[in-house]
Design a binder for this molecule. Structure first.
Ligand SMILES: O=C[C@H](O)COP(=O)(O)O
Length: 302
């Protein structure tokens, strides 16, 4: 054994299966140790801190005091694999309640934040207020905000820049509409949305990209593992070409869109799927725990 590499010599992208030689299944989360015989791409499973599996539960505009109290109790008693970052995102009105009653094992995210410092902005929530109640993350660019509320890339970018500059982590959502996929524009749409984030983020350290094909959100039509993997690889390659190899390698790209306890394992096995952003299934504590624990499928696949 002699040297440690972080990329495959047979493939321009990082963290990919090596198409040459020997079916190395995964470069994700791992550094690659080359043997003295220089056989390439034998992966050594060593999850890097930066590449930790990440599972977020986006509760959207759901829940009551009673149902959320039960959900928090279920989450507090759930057995969760230790090597996963777990985040839940309650509606604003319950954020403080969840933040103060949830175990420290799980971090709390907002579903939106204002573009700058708080003030005379009726109906908005500032980053300062989110930090004040212990919130660590914010979801930005979600398709429901893009396509129902009408937020555009520029507005989303302002929010992302402000949140990151103030120390919140950002779950940056991207994803194509069905008609965009059918028109062969999936990559173009995703690249444009990633670029809008890339143009403004001060650093990628606290950014998780969530690829959520709009046609898969809340529809029960989950992307196949191959469809999701294909986009994740393309986005990672975009990061490599346009930002840096390091950012491409370290930035977690998670999948969202009808993920549930039954399909999470196969999705998690894909080497460029670094976790999930879960909607409906995150409202059920035991099922959400199953999705968090699908990291074990990833480890087996690696
Ligand atoms: O933020 C989560 C996504 O919109 C996915 O929602 P879903 O799991 O209900 O399809």
């Amino acid at each position: 054994m002699e040297m440690v590499a972080t990329s495959c010599p047979h493939f321009s992208g990082l963290r990919r299966s090596c198409p040459a030689v020997h079916n190395a299944p995964s470069h994700s989360f791992a550094q690659l140790r080359l043997s003295s015989s220089r056989k390439p791409c034998r992966p050594v499973v060593a999850m890097a801190a930066s590449g930790k599996f990440f599972v977020g539960g986006n509760w959207k505009c759901n829940g009551t005091k009673d149902s959320i109290t039960k959900l928090v109790a279920d989450l507090n008693s759930a057995k969760l694999e230790s090597d996963v970052d777990v985040v839940v995102s309650p509606p604003f009105v319950y954020l403080d309640m969840v933040s103060s009653s949830l175990t420290d094992r799980i971090e709390v995210s907002a579903q939106n934040s204002w573009i700058g410092k708080g003030g005379a902005f009726t109906g908005e929530i500032s980053v300062e207020q989110l930090k004040d109640i212990g919130c660590k993350w914010v979801i930005l660019g979600h398709s429901e905000r893009r396509h129902i509320i009408g937020e555009d890339d520029q507005f989303i970018g302002k929010k992302a820049a402000y949140a990151l500059n103030e120390g919140l982590g950002v779950i940056a959502c991207i994803g194509e509409l069905l008609e965009e996929r059918e028109a062969g524009k999936t990559f173009d749409v995703c690249f444009q949305q990633v670029k809008a984030f890339a143009d403004v983020v001060p650093s990628w350290d606290n950014v998780v990209i969530a690829y959520e094909p709009v046609w898969a959100i809340g529809t029960g039509k989950v992307a196949t593992p191959q469809q999701a993997q294909e986009v994740h690889v393309a986005v990672r390659d975009w990061l490599k070409k346009n930002i840096s190899e390091e950012v491409a390698s370290k930035t977690r790209i998670i999948y969202g869109g009808s993920v549930n306890g039954s399909n999470c394992g196969e999705l998690a096995k894909q080497e460029d799927i670094d976790g999930f952003l879960v909607g409906g299934a995150s409202l059920k504590g035991p099922e959400f725990a199953t999705i968090v624990n699908s990291v074990t499928a990833k480890k087996v696949a690696a």
